[in-house]
Write a protein that binds this ligand. Sequence first.
Ligand code: HEM
Length: 188
Amino acid sequence: MTRSHFTAALSGVFSMKKIRTNALQQLAVFLTCALVLKITLNVIVSYRDYLPPNFDSDFLRGRQLYFFGSYRWAFYMHIAAGPCSLVLGMILLSEQFRLRFSCWHRRLGRIQTAVILLLLTPSGLWMAFYSHTGAIAGSGFAALAVGTGVCRPCARARTRPRFSTGIRHRRPVASSSERIDQKTIRSP
Ligand code: HEM
């Protein structure tokens, strides 16, 4: 077997690997979108118990005592911001949308950041103190709120343009298999 045969065989193996990775990525995005849509629909269906508040419904049962205080504001803010942040996240996942409407991709990213940091996490943190499922669940929700609040700016910092040339995030970076591929193809 000559060196060029070996090179061709190796690059074939790496191309197959790349196709498989792309297919898995697409499957992961599809499953994520299906889950997001299901959760969003479930939440929207549950609005009939929240507008106006039905204190016989599963979630609002036993919450009359404090609902009409600050909790109400946090609650409505939360159930409006939650589905918005999920749907925006789903749009932002789309590679086609990002490539065709990069300006809108950036705008929606900023809107999603604002919705998460200004509405979703503060309201979730507030509601965590009233959780009916106990202190452990309440602390878990509080940790989720703080964690989400910290992770969102970190993600934003990572995707900020790093080069004055205007190259933005998700710049196609050669994967290790592609790098080996290029190296082997270059050498005769
Ligand atoms: C940072 C992320 C989040 C935190 C910290 C958080 C926190 C909470 C807390 C503490 C409660 C009250 C639980 C209880 O009292 O037992 C709650 C309820 C709720 N959350 Fe979130 N949440 C977050 C994300 C979301 C998202 C993305 C959605 C979008 C669908 C959402 C939708 C709801 C709804 C609809 C309720 C009312 C309960 C129900 O109908 O099941 N939350 N959340």
